[in-house]
Design a protein around this ligand. Structure first.
Ligand code: SF4
Length: 285
């Protein structure tokens, strides 16, 4: 089968940096009595989390589960309150927060300091958004139009967006907010260009192929966004975590497949998927 891989896909620099920092800490730890923790899964990819766990990285979900050792702050970041608790415990903190996520956190802090009601457009359950909320007291998260009632009337609103959302979504939500009542609107574009480039190249590719595969964890926000966008332009779009999840029956009758992957999808998963797909004979059942 002919397979075309999106020009931009797979690990972004933020994820690559977090993994490389984790690997360096784990090499340094070898033979020492020092536990290394990740506060939340280092990336939204089970295979990678398991691989690093084999080398000694312990994933915990709460600060309370850590008593000593080294703690890695993942690319999604952590709330200042969590960092303060870790400092109180005297653990060694290694910050691998993506610079673009750090930027949103700083912007949210500044907006709050300047008297704006901070509004974050995105998913309130996503760790990046939770950390940004922690940076700006009483920040409001708007996921869709049904959340608009949370906005106070005639307020000074300072708006940022979850980094991995799409331009389409950000502008749609901005339009909805602007139709409400406010005294001032200050909007800072905090979208990640790497995520946008992945979205654009995925959309371009999905329009040219018979079937489109988006690889990555079902928990990964940026992968879900890629799948959602591709589905809009190619109904034969499938979000899978790896080759084992593929129902081969869906390949029959298709000549060209497109493949893209989220920013947290390791290269080996993409390579394995593409190699198997290329070797697949769509003519014989
Ligand atoms: S997708 Fe963008 S914001 Fe998120 S970790 Fe990667 S580079 Fe950073």
């Amino acid at each position: 089968m002919k397979v075309i891989v999106a020009e931009k896909c797979g690990f972004c620099h933020g994820v690559r940096n977090a993994i490389s920092i984790a690997e360096k800490i784990l090499v340094y730890k070898e033979g020492r009595e020092n536990d290394v923790y990740s506060l939340g899964p280092i990336i939204h990819n089970k295979d990678m989390v398991e691989r690093l766990a084999e080398s000694g990285l312990k994933t915990v979900n709460k600060v309370e589960e850590i008593q000593s050792g080294t703690v890695l702050i993942r690319s999604h970041g952590a709330a200042p309150e969590q960092i303060a608790k870790l400092k109180e415990k005297g653990v060694n903190i290694v910050d691998a927060t993506c610079v673009l996520v750090k930027r949103v956190q700083h912007i949210a802090e500044e907006l709050a300091r300047d008297g704006y009601k901070v509004v974050i457009i995105g998913d309130q359950n996503h760790p990046e958004v939770r950390a940004v909320v922690g940076c700006a007291r009483d920040a409001i998260v708007i996921a869709d139009e049904s959340d608009l009632h949370k906005l106070p009337e005639n307020a000074k609103l300072g708006i940022v967006c979850q980094t991995t959302q799409s331009r389409e979504y950000f502008s749609r939500m901005l339009g909805a907010i602007a139709r409400g009542s406010f005294s001032e609107l200050k909007v800072i574009n905090t979208l990640c260009e790497e995520a946008i480039k992945r979205q654009e190249s995925a959309v371009q590719l999905c329009k040219q192929v018979g079937i489109m595969f988006v690889l990555g964890s079902l928990e990964s926000a940026n992968t879900r966004k890629l799948a959602e966008l591709c589905k809009k332009y190619n109904s034969e779009t499938f979000h899978l975590q790896n080759w084992n999840e593929l129902d081969k029956n869906m390949l029959f009758g298709k000549n060209v497949a497109g493949v893209t992957a989220g920013a947290s999808t390791p290269e080996w998963i993409i390579d394995e998927f593409v190699e198997n797909l290329e070797a697949f004979d769509t003519g014989s059942r």
